[in-house]
Structure formats: C-alpha cells, structure tokens
Design a protein around this ligand. Structure first.
Ligand SMILES: [Zn+2]
Length: 269
C-alpha cells in the first residue's frame, strides 16, 4: 500500500454558521482556525446551493459576506489570489490584506498561494476539484493557503509555499501542519498520458485502460513530504468533489453550472 493511503483522515465536523454547512476541525487548533465550505446553505424557506464564485457575480459576493460574518471574520480582511495555476506565492501584509476578498478586480495577480502572519486576516482558496491546501505553523503563528491543481503542483507551488513560510516567518517544515480539503478523488480524475508525464509521483497514478487516474491528494502529500513536512502532520478529507456534488461544486461533474467552494485559514489572535 502506498504511503498516503495510510494517512489519517482529518476529524472534521459538519456544522452550520449563518446557515452555511461547513467542515470545521474537530480537534484543538492552537492560534489558528480554518473552514472548508460545502455548497449547501440552510434557510427557513429550504436549503439551496450556494456559490462563492471567482467571477465577481453579486450573489457570490453576498455569499462570501454572509460566510465571513458567520465566522466572525472582517470582510475587508478576506484575501484571495487570482489563481492562474502558477507556482507564485504572495506574502500578505497590511497593504495587501483584504485584496480580492469581495472585489475580484483586486485579487492578487499571477499568484496561487498566500501566506501571512497577520491575525484575523483570512486567506481564501477557491476550488471546484483542485486541492485546497491550508498550512499552519503554530510555533511562528503563520498560515498559508494554496491552490493546487496539477499544473500548479507540477510547477512547484507546494514547495514554494512551504519555503515562503520558512523564509518570511522562520517556520520549520517539521512544525508545519497541512490540511488538504475536499478535491476530486482518484475515483473520478481521469487524465491522459500528456498530463500523466508531468506527475512526479508514480504512486499517485493508476492505469485505467489507455488513461490514468490521478490521486491529486496523494501527489500533493508527496510534494509536501519532499519539503520536510512530516507525514503525521498532513491531514486530508475523504470527500471527492465529483462524487459528492450534493455537498461540493465540481468543475468536472457540474459541467455547465460552475461554482466555487472556498477554504479559509486565519490566525485567531
Ligand atoms: Zn469521485
């Protein structure tokens, strides 16, 4: 059995805040907190699917505002990158905190990972199959949020984000905790030979006829391990976004109507 399959699943609890059905850690977190959204919002008139979208639609921005209020986070501090499948990381400082959170025009450009040590500044990753990876270093009180699809992972986004944590905040990889949120599972992620050749961990690939099935979570786990993050500190969810469209937006499974899940991490004090 390959390594990542023996990783413990994260203990998450489904909880509602402002009607939003969220996955929150069900274990103590020291100095930081995080949340993965589902697409479900419960309302008195009945549940509905809720988009936190990337394209600036007014409804998606309203949904973000209501989510941030429910988490007691300041909406003007919610920070989002433009997410272009790059390997670039931005350090969020007081000048850039709040960029892109409620205004897509101000998203941090040409960037796929954010890190900060500023308290109460929520870093967000928008996904609909890609892996949202949240990093936290309780020792130096630094956090990061990574958008990891195959392109960004192949380009080095995971190592770059860990290095940003070490270079800017003095974090040590062995102290870093990594949380892999809901993403497309190997059950549903068929890729061609062209993409398979870009995957650095053969253990993350399974042959399926003339195609391959890619375990993006397992591959990113290998990439985290290569940076020195400890296996015991890497936790993942068992949800596949494409299997569980009752709970998550999925780029592959939803086809026409595309929305985004959001993953957030912040320093609490
Ligand atoms: Zn699946």
């Amino acid at each position: 059995m390959k390594g990542p399959q023996t990783l413990p699943h994260m203990n998450l609890r489904l909880t509602t805040a402002g009607g939003h059905l969220l996955l929150r850690p069900d274990f103590p977190t020291q100095g930081f907190s995080f949340a993965f959204t589902t697409r479900v919002q419960l309302r008195p008139q009945g549940p509905r699917f809720c988009d936190f979208g990337t394209n600036g639609k007014a409804a998606a921005m309203r949904n973000r505002k209501s989510l941030l209020a429910a988490l007691s986070l300041a909406p003007d501090q919610f920070t989002v990158a433009n997410q272009e499948h790059t390997a670039a990381v931005a350090v969020v400082d007081p000048l850039t905190a709040g960029s892109g959170g409620l205004n897509p025009d101000t998203r941090i450009a040409r960037t796929d990972a954010l890190c900060t040590s500023l308290p109460q500044v929520a870093l967000g990753v928008m996904t609909a199959d890609c892996v949202p990876i949240l990093l936290a270093d309780p020792r130096t009180r630094a956090v990061a949020a990574i958008h990891a699809g195959w392109r960004g992972s192949a380009a080095g986004i995971v190592a770059n984000a860990v290095h940003a944590m070490t270079n800017h905040f003095g974090a040590r990889p062995r102290d870093i905790l990594a949380f892999l949120g809901p993403h497309i599972g190997p059950c549903c992620y068929e890729i061609g030979n062209d993409v398979a050749q870009k995957i650095s961990d053969p253990g993350a690939l399974t042959v399926s006829g003339k195609k391959f099935l890619l375990d993006l979570g397992a591959w990113n786990t290998s990439l985290l391990r290569e940076t020195g993050v400890l296996k015991k500190n890497i936790l993942k969810t068992h949800y596949c976004t494409a299997c569980r469209t009752d709970l998550f937006h999925s780029y592959r499974a939803d086809k026409k109507v595309r929305g985004s899940n959001v993953s957030l991490i912040w320093i609490t004090d």
